[in-house]
Design a protein around this ligand. Sequence first.
Ligand code: BG6
Length: 482
Amino acid sequence: MNIKTNFPDGFLWGGATAANQLEGAFLEDGKGWSTADTALYTKERRSLASITKRMESKDIDFAMEDKEGIYPKRTGIDHYHHYKEDIALFAEMGFKVYRFSISWPRIFPNGDGEVNEAGLAFYEKLIDECLKYGIEPLVTISHYEFPLALAKKQNGWESRKTIDAFVTYAKTLFTRYRGKVKYWLTFNEINIIGMTGYLSGGILADNVDNFMQAQYQAAHHQFVASALCVNLCHEMLPEAKIGCMLARMESYPETCKPEDVMESIYSDHNNLFYSDVQIRGYYPTYMNKFFKDNNINIVKEDEDDAILLNGTVDFMSFSYYMSGVSSANNDGEKTEGNILGTKKNPYLEASDWGWQIDPVGLRVTLHKLYDRYQIPLFIVENGLGAHDVVESNGEIHDEYRINYLRLHIEQMSIAIEEGVDLMGYTPWGCIDLVSASTSEMSKRYGFIYVDMDDEGNGTNIRSRKDSFYWYKKVIDTNGSDL
Ligand code: BG6
């Protein structure tokens, strides 16, 4: 039975992508190497950490690697040359907002030093194209691609020097796109740095003795850099809003056994540590024991506490794909998940990639986050990665994707009715693009199909799936006709 939905006027409907997964043109017009350019496609490697594992060595020889494998993030869907066509399709669906990221090494090929005018000009054209259709750009300043030159030079975010490089990069964007971009995010899924370290953090494993220490030190540098950028944005662009972005991991206690409930609280600590710092402006005390138990000693400068306190974000954005299960014991069936696997929840179905589908979990999360922070929320990623089939007449009947999105949108509406302040919704991969975790093309999220396979073969032609027409209707009716 369908639920009657109701969304506020001005609700920001749209879609989300990231430069490293769709642009291609990886060394074109002066762009430098990024960590994402080293992500290999293989059938067996299934996680973010494993696809980049062997790239973490400081002696990596790219010439040799090139001969060995396929690197789909270097070619993406060639959005760099198709952006006008792609944005026209977003406009046809009625997007109010388009979330995309800017590639740091396209602007600063070496991460610092010389700025690349061609990179700045490309994003200016892209932004202007959005504005032409009345689509608000929502820009992620750093989304899973760190300039490789800075990884090699100073071990990425482990170095405090990277703060300056990042703030200079962000300031360059604020200056150039002043008056055009009203919504900004500093780091995509900032908590990923605590899980992999390389892709978003540029930390090369060979360079560190205690990888966990390096990851949390890097997270600290990102917190400081983000807070400085929040301040800078407020000063330079008073009309703009700037938010944080978390990969939200909702994790239920496996049973009502108190120990399972405690595990679920620990899971929240592990996940919400990042947004706690960025929204409250200080480190939560629950991390002290974690740091002690893991021999982590965060090196802070005297001014850091004040910087964090003065640089809290305007809104919280997050990705939500699935929920997990927390348990005091390790027995039982497991399933895959975004970033980490989890125990199987017997009440939920899962996607072809094992991600457990849980629309009500989105409402649970919306409430938890709003109760905790009391600032506007923005769902900037959600969606179903699935195998799509192109019929002989060219149509793509993706009712599984429509069902997934419909059920999640219903829960958003209920949450809003129950008092949650939700700004908008940008489903992930609104056009098919390369998977972050597996580098596959066949894990598709889009409303728009792109004819390209895992090995990079295909015409690259775009076509509208059934979900394209459905989402257009959803936006046309401000979410009341699902
Ligand atoms: C999020 C990332 O974790 O999940 C995106 O911000 C990513 O970059 C998305 O693409 C879906 O994950 P995947 O691995 O299916 O592409």
